[in-house]
Design a protein. Structure first.
Length: 270
């Protein structure tokens, strides 16, 4: 069984762009002003939603709770991200988990998926929130705090260019790269399939469209979903069932009691 899982992970890393699954994840934040039609999203093939939960300086996204309720009611998987800045990363992680946990507790247990919440650190250049950009060492402290409290490493989201620029710096140590590599990678590129993913071997989630901006063929890379004309859309590396399994293994259940401990094999798959 372990050997088959490892072979599957290797196969994913070798898949060409044309073999990838269709658009199946949408991400949202308070900047999206419409009332999302989650039921239509699901009918159109969306499997999961990843929503901004917190952003600097220690602010809760006002749209998060309401949209969590709507997405779960529609039968979609749920994820949350924190937009990082250059302040205390441990405080940021604790605030993020507090918002995610309290919101999850208010959801109807009958519609809460067993997978829980997929967690993500938005690690990009910060040009519009206070506090400056998060440094790589701060990102390491953030993800380690998440791991300590939940038992899982979060995903790392960033643009392909920013990742290459920041993580290839001589100031980033091999140990820091190794820690970040334990997280799964969500990378943005609106022009082509991402290639520069070091220190990761491959990306798990590709944001090909942001606010309707996309320079790829519309026939294969749509820019709208349900009632959102200018959406932020993503492709998962694998099938729909692979995505559900991925969510199940990497998400955190805030109502699940003790932190879950991932196996060494699961971490090695990243």
């Amino acid at each position: 069984m372990r050997l088959s899982i490892l072979r599957g992970a290797i196969l994913f890393s070798l898949l060409p762009g044309f073999a990838l699954a269709a658009t199946n994840v949408v991400n949202l934040s308070h900047y999206d002003m419409m009332r999302p039609d989650f039921a239509t999203m699901k009918r159109q093939g969306i499997v999961g939603v990843i929503h901004e939960a917190t952003y600097p300086p220690f602010v809760r996204d006002a749209k998060y709770l309401e949209r969590q309720m709507g997405a779960l009611q529609a039968g979609l998987l749920w994820g949350a991200y924190h937009y990082g800045n250059g302040s205390d990363p441990v405080r940021q992680a604790d605030h993020f988990l507090s918002v995610v946990s309290s919101s999850w507790a208010r959801a109807n247990p009958a519609v809460r998926p067993s997978a829980g919440v997929l967690l993500v650190l938005d690690f990009e250049k910060n040009g519009h929130y206070p506090g400056g950009s998060m440094r790589p060492d701060q990102a390491v402290a953030f993800v380690e705090r998440i791991r300590q409290r939940t038992g899982v490493y979060p995903g790392i989201y960033s643009g392909e260019y920013h990742l290459a620029q920041v993580l290839n710096s001589s100031r980033v140590t091999p140990a820091q790269r190794d820690t970040l590599r334990k997280c799964w990678l969500w990378v943005a590129n609106y022009s082509k399939e991402p290639r520069a993913t070091a220190p990761w071997n491959y990306w798990a989630l590709w944001q090909y469209c942001g606010d309707g901006k996309c320079r790829l063929p519309r026939s294969t890379h749509p820019i709208s979903i349900a009632n959102i004309r200018k959406a932020e859309l993503n492709i998962f590396r694998g099938s729909r069932s692979d995505l559900v399994d991925f969510w199940q293994r990497r998400a955190w259940d805030p109502a699940g009691g003790a932190p879950r401990k991932e196996s060494e094999q699961t971490i090695a798959e990243r």
